[in-house]
Write a protein that binds this ligand. Structure first.
Ligand code: FAD
Length: 459
């Protein structure tokens, strides 16, 4: 039984008493998600330090019928990393080893608890770069980003996390270990288990380490902020820049209301003298200085009302702050509804206009904040001024997305927050296949059984 003395004793036997935390004051930060929208309870936070200990914990939980939620940095935004049904919380952050960069292959093996910021520093020190970056980098972990197939700012150039993954080490729910970390670029020997576990949100196995592809480290990085008075023109500009600037690696989108909020809440100066409708932040990176190439392309764009080009690293960081500060500034207004969706390129402008109207029509007290990764058609829809558990908002936004042939999750995953809507974008046959995979790898439903898949009779 979850919380019973015998379960806790067995967990202590598996990882040592010092690594089984039961005091609610100590575990409070880990049972509440980053956004503050989801808070659960747990009989124990368990902190294994080796693959053998993870296996022992899973065997104990399997025998006791206790479910487990794996957790990395707890920056996930869909209620998937916290124990909302009294699960045991498996904290992977003691898996913090980073192995030397393999220079010939441009690869590195990292344990699951390594943060993305540490991985970046490690890769850069060896003259390489890791292709996934996101503003939660100081807390988000290798294991968590694999479990959610995290995207971030550089997807247009390097792809999401799945594209970086060459192999994985993971513990199955019955304690068996799968390990394939040799990093062979060519290796056609059966099912792609690493690819399957990527995006599985802790439902199929506990990831303990990964073999990751690195990308060449650019020596020159240029950042510019462009202002437009028309959304359609801004998005046309995104397409033009992608075509014209080979070294482009990030194209981000936000709007005047979000910019005002970021400036007011984070105490930043406004970048332009007058307000504009939409802003596009671009980053070009290369082994040769891309400034002239980017400047020429911007010059040729129609509809740029104003622009700022960062002259140095500090100015570049300041321009990025306008975009990356959105999540922090919005959170200061209270726990928001956070929805993260993708639209086909030709539907984005209509969606941006429509989503604000429809949400406010449904909840007049709501304020809608939009920002995202423009090159991927990925818009983050944040809604404040409504009860955090008002699922009518989720329903309105996700149905709108599905009608426009988009995805209800661009990069955060399904978690708890969107499981009821998965059938909007996945057919019954696809969901049956998902269930068959879950049953094959986790027949006792030990691993994160209340996320991703729609509710069924076992819930
Ligand atoms: C400010 C901010 C900005 C963000 N920006 C982006 C962005 O640009 N792009 C993006 O994709 N996401 C973004 N996110 C969301 C979040 O950072 C990512 O989803 C990230 O991948 C979560 O990593 P984590 O280590 O915090 O995982 P957690 O939040 O701890 O867990 C997330 C999910 O993965 C599972 N999990 C965690 N570790 C393991 C493991 N070792 N084995 C198996 N399952 C595991 C958990 O059970 C849970 O279902 C952002 C979040 C914040 C707070």
């Amino acid at each position: 039984m979850p919380g019973s003395p015998s379960l806790l004793d067995a967990l202590r036997g598996a990882v040592g008493p010092a690594h089984v935390l039961t005091d609610p004051d100590v575990t409070a930060g880990q049972v509440r998600d980053w956004s503050g929208r989801f808070t659960g309870t747990t009989p124990a936070v368990v902190r294994p330090g080796s693959v053998g200990e993870v296996a022992a914990v899973l065997r104990v939980c399997c025998d006791a019928g206790a479910a487990v939620v794996p957790q990395g940095g707890n920056t996930g935004l869909v209620g998937g990393s916290v124990p909302l049904h009294g699960e045991v919380l498996l904290d992977l952050r003691r898996f913090d080893a980073l192995y030397p960069v393999e220079a010939r292959a441009g690869q590195v093996t990292a344990e699951a608890g390594v943060t993305i910021a540490r991985l970046h520093d490690h890769a850069r020190a060896a003259g390489w770069e890791y292709g996934v970056d996101l503003s939660a980098r100081d807390s988000a972990t290798v294991g968590g980003t694999i479990a959610t197939n995290a995207g971030g700012s550089y997807v247009m150039r390097y792809g999401a996390t799945r594209r970086q993954l060459l192999g994985i080490e993971a513990v199955l729910s019955d304690g068996r270990v799968v390990r394939h970390l040799d990093g062979l670029e060519k290796d056609n020997t059966g099912y792609d288990l690493a690819g399957l576990l990527c995006g599985s949100e802790g439902t199929l196995a506990v990831i303990t380490a990964a073999r990751l592809r690195l990308v060449p480290r650019p020596t020159h990085v240029v950042v510019a902020l462009l202002a437009f008075d028309d959304v359609e023109r801004a998005l046309d500009g995104v397409g033009e820049l992608r075509r014209a600037v080979d070294s482009l690696r990030a194209v981000e989108l936000f709007f005047q209301d979000g910019l005002d909020l970021v400036c007011d809440r984070l105490g930043l100066a406004r970048p332009f003298a007058r307000p504009h409708r939409a802003f596009v932040l671009v980053e070009a990176a290369s082994g040769a200085d891309p400034t002239a190439e980017l400047a020429d392309a911007i010059e040729a764009l129609a509809g740029v009302a104003d622009s700022a080009v960062a002259a140095d690293d500090r100015a570049a960081r300041d321009l990025w702050r306008y975009r990356e500060g959105h999540t922090e500034a919005i959170n200061q207004l209270g726990a928001p509804h956070k929805l993260d969706v993708t639209l086909p390129g030709d539907q984005l402008t209509a969606f941006v206009e429509e989503v604000r109207d429809q949400v406010v029509a449904r909840a007049p007290s709501a304020t809608v904040w939009l920002f995202g990764h423009a090159a991927d058609g990925n818009i983050h829809v944040n809604v404040t001024g409504v009860a955090p558990d008002d699922e009518g908002i989720t329903d309105t936004v996700l149905r709108l997305v599905a009608r426009r042939h988009g995805s209800i999750s661009a990069e955060h995953g399904i978690g708890t927050a969107k499981r009821a809507w998965l059938s909007l974008v996945r057919s019954a046959a696809e969901i049956d296949a998902f269930r068959a995979i879950k049953t094959a790898l986790d027949p006792a439903r030990v691993l994160n059984p209340h996320v991703l898949l729609p509710r069924d009779d076992n819930d």
